[in-house]
Write a protein that binds this ligand. Structure first.
Ligand code: IDP
Ligand code: MG
Length: 151
């Protein structure tokens, strides 16, 4: 499995509900590596670019209004198969259909308030990482346990 990078954001509902630590912990405990992290409140422009593929959907304006309504926590995570792996940790888009044990399955009930975003593929991950982060904000570091871990 190739080392990949993916973009993850805790949406305003996750921040307001005090779920940042809970969500970060799940990615850390899984074994993925945090290489960028910041809190920001999105501009209308960034929100529309991020959700550009949904521009024609009926929920688009509500989605943009919600995602710009308060701070989000944006991250880049790195690891073997992290793009699909993160989507599995996150669970289905509709929290009522998300499996228990997933972030949305455990922590949300409403599709419009599903606490977290994760890139859905290789191209999306690259697009979203470069949309949200400057390359100087991404840290290439080697965990101290990497020396004894047998791959
Ligand atoms: P994803 O976040 O699981 O990748 P997408 O289909 O990319 O799901 O949709 C982006 C976001 O738009 C979802 O996380 C959800 O918050 C919102 N959304 C998706 N479908 C609906 C809907 O039918 N009604 C309201 N909001 C929706
Ligand atoms: Mg999506």
């Amino acid at each position: 499995m190739a080392i990949e990078r993916t973009f993850i954001a805790i949406k305003p509902d996750g921040v307001q509900r005090g779920l940042v630590g809970e969500i970060l912990g799940r990615f850390e405990r899984k074994g993925f590596k945090l290489i960028a992290l910041k809190q920001l409140t999105l501009s209308q422009e960034l929100a529309e670019q991020h959700y550009g593929v949904h521009r024609e959907r009926p929920f688009f304006s509500d989605l943009v209004k919600f995602i710009t309504s308060g701070p989000v926590v944006a991250m880049v995570w790195e690891g073997d198969g992290v793009i699909a792996g993160a989507r599995r940790l996150i669970g289905a888009t509709n929290p009522l259909e998300a499996e228990p044990g997933t972030i949305r399955g455990d922590l949300a009930v409403n599709i419009g308030r599903n606490v977290i975003h994760g890139s859905d593929g290789d191209e999306t991950a690259q697009f979203e990482i470069s949309l949200w982060f400057k390359s100087s904000e991404i840290n290439d570091w080697i965990p101290s346990d990497q020396g004894w871990r047998k791959e």
